[in-house]
Design a protein around this ligand. Structure first.
Ligand code: API
Length: 278
């Protein structure tokens, strides 16, 4: 039985999404159909598919589900959260400029700013290996991971999704294409991992490239930007407010440390509307 779905194509700093309203249309997609939608040659093309649903709990405005280009459902997407609030506001699904959104990783609070940027309370980072998840004897600030090219030092943490952050001295020549897929699937990350390569510019700016779990290298990764700044602050290398320069644009991350939430600010852009029959 074929289905025709209305969609909106959006991006946050070049991390691009197909956004589906699952409230006013029935959306039931298999992993194969999700992969087709994400395919940049045979489908629409995107890094992730975002599904807007009615909330399942009180005190929340919407539910937000995220699917990577490989068809797998995941629990958090920072750039997507910014596009989410722009979508529901522009589609008249809410007149609120700040909304509470239920995700598989917990509640997030995106807010439309007066200047058109969007700020998201992404919640606090989590460092316990079991929460990431990451196989380690005990929690540590950094870990040594054995890969084909030898041991590499990483910071491992969760922003509601798993992240490994490495430091590089040159973001342009960093081995994203080789170390990225190897670390993504490293056996110490039982649910795989997003792999960030961070170059320090100064205490209030970094450059970042991310090989994303389930999607490959993207032009920007919101939770990856959060994870990289948290890792830098944890290691005493960064101040509490940092500009993250990605290939798709600039994001701003704020974190006061400890159990404080991480705030992500950046753009959310609607590119076009369309329909697809599956
Ligand atoms: N690839 C991520 C999901 C999308 C995250 C990224 N697009 C963001 O903006 O945070 C994962 O598998 O956890």
């Amino acid at each position: 039985m074929s289905q025709t779905l209305k969609f909106t194509k959006m991006h946050g700093a070049g991390n691009d999404f197909v956004v589906l309203d699952g409230i006013h249309q029935r959306v039931a997609l298999t992993p194969e159909q999700l992969r087709f939608i994400a395919d940049r040659h045979f489908g629409i093309g995107c890094d992730q598919i975002l599904l807007v649903e009615a909330p399942t709990q009180a005190g929340v405005d919407f539910r937000y589900r995220i699917f990577n280009a490989d068809g797998g459902e995941v629990s958090q997407c920072g750039n997507g959260a910014r596009c989410f609030v722009r979508f529901v506001h522009d589609k008249g699904l809410t007149n609120k400029r700040e909304i509470r959104v239920e995700t598989a990783a917990g509640i997030i609070v995106p807010r439309l700013e007066a200047d058109g940027q969007v700020t998201v309370d992404m919640g606090p980072p989590r460092f316990e290996p079991a929460d990431i998840p990451f196989v380690a004897e005990a929690r540590a600030t950094t870990y040594v991971l054995d890969i084909a090219d030898g041991p590499v030092e990483i910071v491992a943490l969760s922003m509601g999704n798993p992240h490994a952050v490495l430091e590089t001295c040159n973001i342009e020549t960093a081995p994203v294409a080789t170390w990225g897929p190897e670390i993504e699937r490293h056996p110490r990350f039982p649910q795989r991992v997003n792999v960030g390569f961070m170059q320090l510019v100064h205490r209030r700016a970094i450059k970042l490239r991310v090989f994303e779990r389930g999607s490959g290298e993207t032009l920007a990764c919101g939770t990856g930007a959060c994870a990289a700044v948290v890792a830098g602050i944890q290691r005493g290398l960064l101040d509490p407010v940092v500009e993250v320069q990605t290939r798709g644009g600039a994001l701003t991350i704020r974190w006061a440390g400890g159990d404080a939430p991480v705030y992500l600010t950046g753009p959310a852009v609607t590119v076009f509307e369309g329909e697809i029959t599956l």
